[in-house]
Design a binder for this molecule. Structure first.
Ligand code: NAD
Length: 469
């Protein structure tokens, strides 16, 4: 029925459900929901063989209630204007939920990156950046892109280089994009941030004994069986941290199909196998599954779709066996499937919360670029010496020496990666408590709780502006 509903209409439906539970006036809710600006670009690319091809690209800035706006750039051959608007709106709500002071945005270029050479991809990325700059759709205080599906640190470095070369003498040019390589102003921990955030979110959700009891599960991540779809930046890192945290990866899938082993799969070994053979299939000891979709339906406690939207629909939702779904991708569960899964009693941890680790650490990167100093540079040695002095004073009072490992663990000044990871953990943990509280207060699901939390915060900033009496 709703399977072919537009992505943006599905997000609107989720928004409206939450909006109806608030007391904000309809006009204000509508202002929060609509997309503020959309830039559609078509530009020519000269292919390596001399042919000219027209490239279609977009950038949507969903909400200007806070500036800059923020959101990734996606390279995929099915990118549409509607998808970019929907993803930009999710960014607005996501930033509000984790208290990152940005409006939401998203960019997309309609290409399959595997069809283009390295030089062609560079020309596409630079031309796109040039077009954004020309129309004021990029800048440290305007709109700050980041990686998304099909893009990574390399594309971010090209965006920075292009932006800086046409905006000379811009002191804060480094902050025009995040997810950059470390040597180009990136922050340690950004690449793995979304996956690490997914892990923190799952870990936090599993801590609540009453919620776990309703699902027939014991508290804690330890020993829970997990399936991850998509082993890109988000999926690979989520799988890695979940495995390190005690979860058992029983199923993994990529474009070519899936593998399943109830005794557990080692994600590093699977990645190595894929590098060597070009596929995750035929991994020793595992059962092959013909499609990625079939993997979603295998037995597990926790399912993590981390590829693209719309993979769990009202058609396959009844066959999903997972008790917990962590939406690492944006929009993996359609609105119709969402209702069916909730009826089944599945704990759905929504995208607008659980994949917010990327934008959270992007915020830390942007702050670092604006402050022009690495996090921890000023304080690390000072903290280390203070801790050493305290340990020595305790030794002096007790007459007993601490073991060397205690010194190593406690007399330790936090560097950038420790600060970034602790900031991320704190953000993900406290945001979960907040959306859970909202959902309990309104006797609704976590996604609606998360949307209510976002709507209240965005409404407050409009009301503070005095635009809506
Ligand atoms: P990516 O390009 O690094 O990885 C995506 C992976 O999914 C690729 O390896 C691809 O081969 C695989 N894939 C594609 N179709 C598949 C299918 N049907 N079954 C199994 N695997 C499939 O992209 P990413 O950055 O990891 O993004 C993945 C999702 O996470 C997207 O929805 C994106 O919007 C979302 N997200 C990303 C970030 C980020 O920081 N990169 C932040 C928040 C949300």
């Amino acid at each position: 029925m709703h399977t072919h509903e537009r992505f943006s209409d599905q997000v609107s439906r989720m928004f409206d459900k939450a909006g109806a539970m608030t007391s904000h006036p309809a006009g204000l809710l509508n202002q929060i929901k609509i997309c503020n600006s959309m830039y559609r670009i078509e530009f020519p690319l000269e292919r390596d063989n001399g042919e000219i091809e027209v490239i279609m690209a977009y950038r949507a800035e969903h909400s200007h209630h806070k500036l800059p706006t923020k959101g990734g750039i996606r390279y995929a051959d099915n990118v549409t204007e509607d998808e970019v608007i929907a993803l930009a709106s999710l960014m607005t709500y996501k930033c509000a939920i984790v208290d990152v002071p940005f409006g939401g945005a998203k960019g997309g270029i309609r290409i399959n990156r595997n069809d283009y050479s390295r030089h062609e991809l560079e020309r596409i990325t630079r031309r796109y950046t040039y077009e954004l700059t020309r129309k004021n759709f990029i800048g440290p205080g305007i709109d700050v892109p980041a990686p998304d599906y099909g893009t990574g640190p390399h594309e971010m470095a090209l965006i920075l280089d292009t932006y800086s070369s046409i905006s000379p003498d811009h002191l804060n040019a480094l902050a025009c994009v995040t997810g950059k390589p470390i040597g180009q102003g990136g922050v340690r921990g950004r690449k793995e941030a979304t996956g690490r955030g997914v892990f923190f979110g799952i870990q936090q959700a599993c801590q609540f004994a009453d919620d776990m009891q309703k699902l027939g599960l014991t508290p804690g991540l330890e020993g829970k069986t997990v399936i991850v779809q998509g082993l890109g930046n988000v999926g690979y890192h989520a799988a890695k941290f979940i495995q390190e945290g005690g979860g058992v990866l029983v199923g993994l899938s990529e474009m070519e199909g899936g593998i399943y082993n109830p005794d557990g799969l080692d994600v590093e070994a699977v990645m190595q196998h894929r590098r060597e053979t070009g596929s995750i299939l035929d991994f020793p000891g595992a059962q092959n599954l013909a499609t990625s979709a079939a993997t979603l339906e295998m037995p597990c406690d926790i399912l993590i779709p981390a590829a693209l939207e719309g993979v769990i629909t009202d058609e396959n939702a009844p066959r999903i066996q997972a008790k917990i779904i962590g939406e690492a991708a944006n929009g993996p569960v359609t609105a119709a499937a969402n209702d069916l899964l909730l009826q089944k009693g599945v704990l759905l941890i929504p995208d607008v919360y659980i994949n917010a680790g990327g934008v959270t650490v992007s915020y830390f990167e942007w702050l670092r670029n604006l402050s022009h100093v690495r996090h921890g540079r000023l304080s690390r040695r000072f903290e280390q010496r203070s801790a050493e002095q305290i340990l020595k004073a305790v030794e002096g009072m007790t007459g007993q020496a601490f073991a060397p490992n205690i010194y190593a663990e406690m007399a330790f000044g936090a560097g950038e990666v420790e600060l970034v990871n602790s900031g991320l953990e704190e953000t993900m943990s406290s945001a979960y408590v907040e959306i859970r509280d909202q959902s309990k207060r309104h006797q609704t699901d976590l996604r609606t709780g998360a949307f209510i939390s976002a709507i209240d915060k965005i409404a407050a900033s409009y009301l503070e502006m005095g635009i809506f009496p």
